[in-house]
Design a protein around this ligand. Structure first.
Ligand code: ATP
Ligand code: MG
Length: 564
């Protein structure tokens, strides 16, 4: 990963180099055809986003195309809900497969023919060992495997048995079709891998037509070949499978794409395996796949992340062949940078403390001018009402402040943003002893927030006029896990952050926000970036999710690294 974190849209990496060499040498006719091949057995996560940005990005950069191919060869865990969610997420990220939507299951007939061809050329056989025996015969890293007693069945017998497998004349596990390669290969993948197995399962597309299903390694390379893929990019764990990928295509003498492996994305404070994500959903640890704490694309969308910020993140992390852990702070930095440029600033008080300004006229209201985005003056200004009673943030006041606390305290003067200087004169408590109200005075000469006599204050607070405030629910999200690498823990669910969600009711918004259309993003001044939840928010009843705070921990991490 690039430690500078600089904008990296033009950075090269080893896959771009390979592709550029292939274009230069005229390999594949100078074409670039990639594919993103999800298995529809869960929702996409940020790791998939890396693969999507890479595959679609390369196709775009080199004027080729990228296919969306559902790798749906396992009828056990796949369903249509996942297919639909995957399409939605890829589109949301900003990519278009331009009609090149394919399903590995649509190739089942052709794959079956290829299997027959392998049998006929003596490169595949039906094995009648049990699954446990097959595992046992396969050997280990230090021990070679040994051949199955059924390995030397004749072509005729194999054809007949494979035909019977297809017709449903065997039970699940009674036999499989295996490639006949090398039981003593140092690469265990090459020790006569299974190509087809029997499963009496309904498939979400082919229905009940098949009771034998191809294994991933068989279906994947051939799907790539059938579609004319040029560069087949996959994550590093398939490195050992490349030998099999090449073997199958060579034995069948068909069009042969190039498999290239890259390191998966690992993200701190996150789990990125569908199996674990399913556990979070099914165990009720989160509120569904699109819970804003989930590292799924739909979760990030619901949290309020922008597609541009996720694409920027995927570009910055780069592509390498070495596994590494990326700090979640970098992703947060990317969304902050994007929103800083575009999000309108507003004032919202999350935990209100009532402040009465004693010397302000009782029934007066005045309008003060606030800047919508200091980073983009073209976004203009707005008028914010001010009156005698306002709310400020509870933690912006301390009765007995420690040395480094510069905000409001008894006797002290602070600035109200875009408004006036106020000084605290009195603290009012309720029967339980809780502070219920502050009494203050204001200086009319400081209108707009400047003092004519050059008097300095050490803090500027945001505020909302009580008479005009709009109530809202605001949800504060934090990391879902308290440890950096939860996947490493014995039970990752044991290190879920108990404070990952805090729901605040009765937050006070400046007027105008009551009818926020769901899906809008704001910066709440001094607090962070917030998103009007597209599921739960409605005009008149706003619900905001905190996307990210304003604290840029990534900048701090970078500084530390530069010092080293
Ligand atoms: P998981 O381990 O989360 O179940 P998977 O690899 O089984 O993921 P697939 O649906 O098969 O999920 O993945 C589709 C594509 O996305 C594959 O090409 C895979 O290599 C890629 N991919 C999955 N996870 C990551 C990741 N963390 N980083 C980069 N690419 C990934
Ligand atoms: Mg997979």
């Amino acid at each position: 990963m690039d430690k500078t974190g600089a904008s990296a849209s033009e950075r090269s990496h080893f896959i771009r180099q390979i592709i550029e060499e292939d274009i230069a040498s005229g390999k594949y006719g100078g074409k670039v055809i990639t594919r993103f091949p999800p298995e529809p057995n869960g929702y996409l996560h940020i790791g998939h986003a890396k693969s999507i940005c890479l595959n679609f990005g390369l196709a775009f950069q080199y004027h080729g195309r990228c296919h969306l191919r559902f790798d749906d060869t396992n009828p056990m865990k796949e369903n249509l809900e996942y297919v639909e969610s995957i399409k939605e997420d890829v589109r949301w990220l900003g990519f278009d497969w331009k009609g090149h939507e394919y399903f590995a299951s649509d190739y089942f007939d052709q794959l079956y023919e290829y299997a027959i061809e392998l049998i006929k050329s003596g490169n595949a056989y039906v094995d009648s060992l049990s699954p446990e025996q097959i595992r046992h015969y396969r050997g280990t890293l230090s021990e070679p495997g040994k051949p199955s007693p059924y390995r030397d069945r004749s072509v005729e017998e194999n054809l007949e048995l494979f035909g019977k497998m297809r017709k449903g004349e065997f039970a699940e596990g009674e036999c499989v079709l295996r490639a006949k390669i090398d039981m003593s290969s140092p690469n265990i993948v090459m020790r006569d891998p299974t190509l087809y197995r029997i499963r009496y399962r309904h498939h979400h597309r082919s229905g009940g037509k098949w009771c034998i299903y191809p294994m991933y390694d068989f279906a994947h390379c051939l799907s790539d070949s059938i579609e004319g893929i040029t560069h087949s990019l996959c994550s590093l764990e398939f490195e050992n499978n490349r030998e099999l990928y090449d073997w199958i295509l060579d034995k069948l003498n068909v069009y042969h794409p190039k498999q290239i492996e890259f390191a998966r994305l690992n993200l701190s404070h996150t789990v990125l395996s569908k199996r674990k994500l399913i556990r979070l959903v099914e165990g009720g640890y989160v509120d569904g796949w699109d819970d804003p704490r989930m590292p799924t694309i739909s979760g990030f969308k619901r949290r309020g992340y922008t597609p541009a910020s996720i694409r920027d993140f995927c570009e910055r992390i780069g592509v390498a062949r070495r596994d590494s852990m990326v700090d979640l702070a970098l992703l947060e930095h990317c969304v902050r940078e994007d929103l800083n440029k575009h999000a309108m600033r507003v004032m919202v008080v999350l935990r209100p403390l009532r402040v009465v300004i004693d010397n302000y006229p009782e029934n007066d209201t005045e309008l003060l001018t606030a800047i919508n985005n200091p980073e983009d003056r073209e976004m203009g200004t707005r008028q914010v009402p001010f009156s005698r009673v306002i709310y400020i943030e509870r933690d912006d006041f301390m009765e007995d402040p420690p040395k480094k606390f510069f905000r409001l305290a008894p006797g002290r003067e602070v600035r109200l943003r875009y408004a006036y200087f106020i000084r605290c004169t009195d603290v009012i408590r309720d029967e339980s002893g809780q502070i219920s109200e502050l009494r203050c005075t204001y200086d009319p000469a400081t209108r707009g927030g400047d003092s004519p006599d050059g008097r300095k204050v050490k803090a500027t607070l945001h505020w909302v006029s009580a008479a005009h405030a709009v109530r809202a629910t605001v949800r504060l999200y934090d990391h879902l896990f308290i440890v950096e690498n939860p996947a490493e823990e014995e039970d990752f669910t044991a290190c879920i952050n108990p404070g990952s969600l805090e729901t605040l009711e009765g937050c006070m918004l400046e007027p105008g926000l009551e009818n926020t259309p769901p899906g809008l993003r704001y910066q709440f001044e001094r607090l962070g970036y917030f998103y009007a939840d597209h599921k739960d928010s409605a005009p008149g009843r706003p619900v905001f999710n905190r996307i990210v705070t304003l604290r840029d921990t990534w900048a701090r991490i970078q500084k530390q690294q530069q010092k080293k």
